[in-house]
Design a protein around this ligand. Structure first.
Ligand code: HEM
Length: 479
């Protein structure tokens, strides 16, 4: 019986049921998987097992073990666990987030062109313009009570549409991608499309082929997005062939990018292409669009929730902002905004919204702290528990206290894993900080954020990420 796997190994965990395993506990959009997993950790400890259908996950929130898996023994765990909807082998359309081994290494190396210091510097003016449009939009709301999440979704999509897809004329609040992206992220695990492959993973390749053909007749948000992106990239290729100059956005960067393959041999399968194929360029754009949209907007909305609840934090942050002349704000100045960084980090410590993506699959057997990991074992990280661990963060771990980041501490840097950890950690972290900082500067220069009767509590929802259903606050114009 596959659902006996953990029991046989002496690993504790919630009792699975036939076929579904523990899936029925974690498949609701209204009861995010990460929160259920965190509650299981309280019951079963820092290492336990559960099942998504017959997919077996070992949940880890022990810092030392996580550090081994994500950093020190990365060469034994260089693959992310396959998502429910992922083919068994990498193919020409496999994108960065899903890819493995040499293929991943090459996509990562080619994608990193988008996040060099030079590239980020060029992005700053675009981000600033989007931030001003954002607060203009907020000012136009009559009641002054707003759901900040909705606004930040418009903002992050505006930024990423412009810097990644070169959509210079994208109109904030009228961007056709917003709804498609919202639909993609609100798909619960509890859907026949995802549940069946968890129960019958051996049929995944047939299932995926079927989905691709059905997708031509039904409006599946993800496939609609891919179709749009394919058209955009094809159009850009045509323009370039006709002699148009580079626009400097991610599409051009990816079409230009080349990598020296001798440096990127990795894993068991080799990959010798130097450039990205058409499908890979489309895949990179999709990954950056989706990864950049949801995470950053959710993170910003949580920040406004805390700022509304902690006026003293808000005052201190505003003091910092006012002490900089924001007209010529560049990357260096943004880097000097230390308190701002503490506020963002402390928020992400409380709400590590993307931990579902921080999974690994064992690719070479090894032993860690007495436990033997076998090839194919899947590890899910419970960042929510790690971030509230009193042994690491102290007795006040559950308090929202940005100052903790300024204090001397023997805590390992890697104890903070909102962006994952190790060679496979988030690629867009620096862009996320830049976007968040610039949005908060513009927002707080213009408004004070106040609590209303609808601010608390926030309800957490999600499947791939965990976000607030909404964050209601009142914006009061500063004199
Ligand atoms: C607050 C905002 C963000 C958070 C909390 C976040 C979090 C994460 C996490 C937890 C992972 C998995 C890391 C791991 O497995 O160790 C990840 C991966 C990734 N993120 Fe982010 N992210 C954010 C913003 C962004 C942005 C703005 C972009 C790009 C535009 C981006 C691009 C990526 C990519 C490409 C990966 C996959 C990396 C790989 O597989 O090699 N992220 N992110």
């Amino acid at each position: 019986n596959v659902n006996n796997h953990w029991k046989k190994k002496g690993i504790p965990g919630p009792q699975p049921e036939l076929f579904f395993g523990n899936m029925r506990d974690i498949w609701d959009y209204e009861k995010p998987r990460s929160i259920v997993v965190r509650d299981w950790t309280k019951k079963y400890g820092k290492m336990y097992g559960y099942y998504e259908g017959v997919r077996k996950f070992l949940v880890v929130s022990d810092f030392e073990i996580l550090n081994e898996i994500l950093v020190k023994k990365f060469d034994h765990f260089y693959a992310r666990a396959r998502f429910e909807l992922q083919k068994t082998e990498d193919g020409p359309k496999t994108h960065l987030v899903d890819s493995r081994g040499a293929h991943w290494k090459r996509l990562r190396a080619l994608g990193s062109h988008a996040f060099t210091n030079k590239a980020l510097k060029q992005i700053v003016p675009t981000v600033k313009r989007s931030a001003v449009l954002l607060v203009d939009g907020m000012e136009n709301v009559h009641s002054r009570e707003i759901n900040t999440l909705e606004f930040f979704q418009e903002y992050t999509l505006d930024v990423i549409s412009k810097v990644a897809l070169g959509m210079k004329d994208a109109k904030m609040f009228h961007n056709e991608y917003v709804q498609i992206c919202r639909d993609i992220f609100s798909r619960p695990l509890k859907h026949v499309i995802t549940v069946l492959p968890c129960i019958f993973p051996w049929a995944i390749d047939i299932w995926m082929a079927g989905l691709e053909s059905i997708g031509k007749f039904f409006k599946i948000p993800f496939l609609m997005l891919m179709e749009n992106l394919e058209k955009t990239v094809a159009e850009r290729k045509r323009q370039r062939e006709a002699g148009s100059p580079s626009t400097g956005d991610f599409i051009d960067m990816f079409l230009d990018a080349e990598v020296d393959v001798s440096e990127v041999q990795f894993g068991e399968n080799s990959d010798t292409a130097r450039k990205l194929s058409f499908d890979e360029v489309v895949g990179q754009c999709m990954v950056f669009l989706l990864a950049g949209f949801d995470t950053t907007s959710i993170s910003l909305s949580y920040v406004t929730h805390f700022l509304a609840n902690y006026p003293e934090v808000q005052d201190r942050l505003r003091e910092e902002i006012d002490s900089f002349s924001s007209e010529d704000m560049d990357i260096e100045q943004l880097g000097e905004m230390k308190y701002m960084e503490c506020v963002i980090k402390e928020t992400l410590r409380h709400y590590p919204l993307a931990n579902v993506v921080v999974t690994r699959e064992c690719t070479k057997s090894c032993e860690i702290q007495g436990y033997t990991f076998e090839v194919g074992d899947m590890v899910a990280t419970d960042t929510w528990s790690l971030h509230m661990d009193k042994e690491i963060w102290g007795e006040d771990a559950e308090e929202f206290r940005p100052e903790r980041w300024m204090e001397e501490s023997s805590r390992a840097r890697a104890a903070f894993q909102a962006f994952g950890e190790g060679p496979r950690m988030c690629m867009g972290m620096r862009l996320a900080y830049i976007e968040e900082k610039i949005a908060l500067i513009e927002l707080m220069k213009r408004f004070a954020i106040e609590k209303t009767i609808n601010t608390n509590p926030i309800k957490l929802v999600g499947s791939i990420t965990v976000g607030p259903e909404k964050v209601m606050v009142k914006l009061v114009k500063r004199k």
